[in-house]
Design a protein around this ligand. Structure first.
Ligand SMILES: C[S@@+](CC[C@H](N)C(=O)[O-])C[C@H]1O[C@@H](n2cnc3c(N)ncnc32)[C@H](O)[C@@H]1O
Length: 487
C-alpha cells in the first residue's frame, strides 16, 4: 500500500477529527515552545532577512497548525521592533501529504490574518501563506529558500511500512503485532531501524539544500529512551492497539490473517540513532537534542484512556479503515480506551518525545452569465431576485490597456481577443453543457442568496433558454489573452 496516498489525519472539525483531537500534541509542543522561540530569535538576529521563509512540515489541520505560526510571527515582530528592522516580509509554507485537509487551513486564513492585524497599530507586515503538498521525504522547495523549518509530531511517520516485514512470498513476519513487540523476531526491529535511517537521512539532505546558510530547524517527534525497542513509552501504545485488534479477532469481527498483515509505518528512534544520522548526513549541525516526557493531562471529564483513544483514532483512522474497513473503528477504539485505562491504573505510560534543533501567459476567460429567472413561476420572490447581482465584469480591450498603462510596472506585450466556439461534446445539448458549467461556478453564490432548493429548476430553465437562443443565433463568449512583462 502506498501510505503516502492513504495516510491522512481525520479532516474537518467533526467529533473524530484531528482538529478536535490534537490537544495532547499541542500540550507536548507547548512544553518546548521556548526552544522554538529562542531559535527563531537567534536566527533572525543572525540573518535579519528582508524576506523570511518559514515552513511547517506535517502541518495537518486544526488549531495546532496556525498556533505555532502565530508564535513565530509575534517573536519576529517583537525582535524586529527592538532592533528597528521593520521591513521583513513573511513567507509561510504549510506542508503535508496531498491527502491532508488543506481546505480547512485555507478557510481559516482570513480570520488568522485578522487576528495578526489586531495586535498591530501600524498595519500588518506582508505575510504570504500557502499550501505545499508533498512528502517531506524528498525535495519540496527550491535551493536556499527557507530560513526556518518547524515540524512537530510528524517525523516518527516513515515513508512506508518497511518491506522487510514480509518475506519473499509476502508472508508477514510480525504476526500478532502492529509494531515492534516482545514477540517480534529481530528482523522486524532491524527493518524498522533501516527504514528510519533511509527516511531521516533523505529528510536531512533535502532540508539542508532548501535552507539558507545559517537557516535553522526545530523538529519535535516521538522516540524511545534507550536501545531497547520495547518499552512503556511509545511501543506500549502500539501493543495496546495490537491487543485491541486481537480482541476483535477473538470476537470474530476480523480475521487473524488480516490482522497479521497490518503494520504501522511508525518508528521511535533513540537519541543515538538521531545523532548518528545527523552526523552521517554531514551538512547540518545538531545544536540541541533533548528528550522530554508527555505527561498525562487532566482534561475535562473523560478518562485518560478515552483521550488517548480519540487522539490515536484521529491519526490512524485512515490507515485502519483502508485495511480493515470502517465498521470496526468504534469497537476497536472502545477496547483501546479501556485497555489504556487498565494499564495506567497499574503503572504510568509516558510517551517520550525529542526536540532537536539543527541550523505566466495570463489568460482571462470571460464566461457569459445568465438571465434566466424562476421568479415568474413563483419559486422565488421578485425582491430576492432584484437584490442578487454577480461580482463579475467583462472589460473591453481598451479598459485593460488603460489599466496596465496606469499601473506602470508591467509592459503589455500582447493582447489578443478570441472567441470560444460551441463544442460538440457527447450527447448533451449545448445549453445543458453550458448550464452545468455555469452551475459549478455560481452554485455557492446562488445557494447562499436563494437557497439550494431552486438550483435544479433554475439550471433546467437556463439550459432550455441557451438552446432556444442558440437556435436563433450563435453566442460566442469573448476571452482575452494577455502577455505582460515586468519592466
Ligand atoms: C500527528 S500530525 C501532527 C500535526 C501537527 N504538526 C501537530 O503538531 O499537531 C502528523 C502529520 O504529519 C503528516 N505526515 C506524515 N508523513 C508525512 C510526509 N512524508 N510528508 C509530509 N507530511 C507527512 C501527516 O499527514 C500528519 O498530518
Amino acid at each position: 500500500m502506498d501510505v503516502e496516498k492513504a495516510f491522512h489525519m481525520t479532516g474537518g472539525v467533526g467529533k473524530t477529527s484531528y482538529a478536535k483531537n490534537s490537544s495532547l500534541q499541542k500540550k507536548a509542543s507547548d512544553k518546548v515552545k521556548h526552544i522554538i522561540i529562542q531559535t527563531v530569535e537567534e536566527l533572525y538576529l543572525a540573518t535579519t532577512p528582508k524576506s523570511i521563509g518559514i515552513a511547517d512540515l506535517g502541518c495537518s489541520s486544526g488549531p495546532n497548525t496556525l498556533s505555532i505560526i502565530k508564535d513565530i510571527f509575534h517573536t519576529i515582530q517583537a525582535i524586529s521592533h527592538k532592533i528597528m528592522h521593520h521591513s521583513t516580509e513573511f513567507r509561510v509554507y504549510f506542508n503535508d501529504l496531498p491527502t491532508n485537509d488543506f481546505n480547512s487551513i485555507f478557510k481559516a486564513l482570513p480570520e488568522f490574518h485578522k487576528l495578526l492585524r489586531q495586535d498591530r497599530k501600524n498595519g500588518l507586515p506582508s505575510i504570504f501563506m500557502g499550501g505545499y503538498p508533498g512528502s517531506f521525504y524528498g525535495r519540496l522547495f527550491p535551493n536556499s529558500y527557507l530560513h526556518f523549518v518547524h515540524s512537530s509530531y510528524s517525523l516518527h511517520w516513515l515513508s512506508r511500512v518497511p518491506p522487510a516485514l514480509y518475506d519473499e512470498h509476502k508472508t508477514p513476519l510480525n504476526k500478532g503485532c502492529v509494531y515492534i513487540c516482545e514477540a517480534s523476531p529481530s528482523v522486524v526491529s532491524e527493518a524498522y531501524s533501516l527504514q528510519f535511517q533511509e527516511d531521516f537521512s533523505l529528510f536531512l539532505r533535502s532540508r539542508s539544500e532548501e535552507l539558507v546558510l545559517g537557516g535553522r530547524m526545530v523538529l519535535i517527534f516521538l522516540g524511545r529512551r534507550g536501545p531497547e525497542h520495547v518499552d512503556r513509552g511509545n511501543s506500549f501504545f502500539w501493543e495496546i492497539l495490537s491487543r485491541s485488534f486481537a480482541t476483535l479477532v477473538s470476537q470474530g469481527e476480523i480475521e487473524q490473517e488480516v490482522f497479521d498483515s497490518y503494520d504501522v509505518h511508525f518508528y521511535a528512534p533513540s537519541k543515538e540513532e538521531i545523532e548518528e544520522e545527523v552526523k552521517k548526513e554531514g551538512s547540518l549541525k545538531l545544536e540541541r537534542l533533548e528528550m522530554f516526557e508527555m505527561e498525562k493531562g487532566e482534561d475535562g471529564s473523560e478518562s485518560y484512556g478515552t483521550q488517548v483513544a480519540v487522539a490515536v483514532r484521529a491519526i490512524q483512522e485512515s490507515m485502519i479503515s483502508h485495511h480493515f474497513g470502517e465498521r470496526i473503528l468504534d469497537s476497536l477504539f472502545e477496547n483501546y480506551a479501556r485497555l489504556v485505562d487498565q494499564e495506567m491504573a497499574k503503572e504510568d505510560i509516558r510517551p517520550i518525545s525529542f526536540v532537536l534543533n539543527c541550523m505566466d501567459n495570463y489568460e482571462c476567460t470571460l464566461l457569459f452569465l445568465f438571465s434566466a429567472s424562476s421568479s415568474d413561476q413563483g419559486e422565488i420572490e421578485q425582491e430576492v431576485f432584484d437584490s442578487y447581482d454577480v461580482h463579475f465584469y467583462a472589460p473591453s480591450k481598451e479598459e485593460i490597456e488603460e489599466e496596465v498603462k496606469k499601473e506602470g510596472s508591467l509592459k503589455l506585450e500582447r493582447l489578443e481577443m478570441f472567441e470560444m466556439e460551441k463544442g460538440e461534446d457527447g450527447s448533451e445539448s449545448y445549453g445543458t453543457q453550458v448550464a452545468v458549467a455555469v452551475r459549478a461556478i455560481q452554485e455557492s453564490m446562488i445557494s447562499h442568496h436563494f437557497g439550494e432548493r431552486i438550483l435544479d429548476s433554475l439550471f433546467e430553465n437556463y439550459a432550455r433558454l441557451v438552446d432556444q437562443e442558440m437556435a436563433k443565433e450563435d453566442i460566442r463568449p469573448i476571452s482575452f489573452v494577455l502577455v505582460l512583462r515586468k519592466i
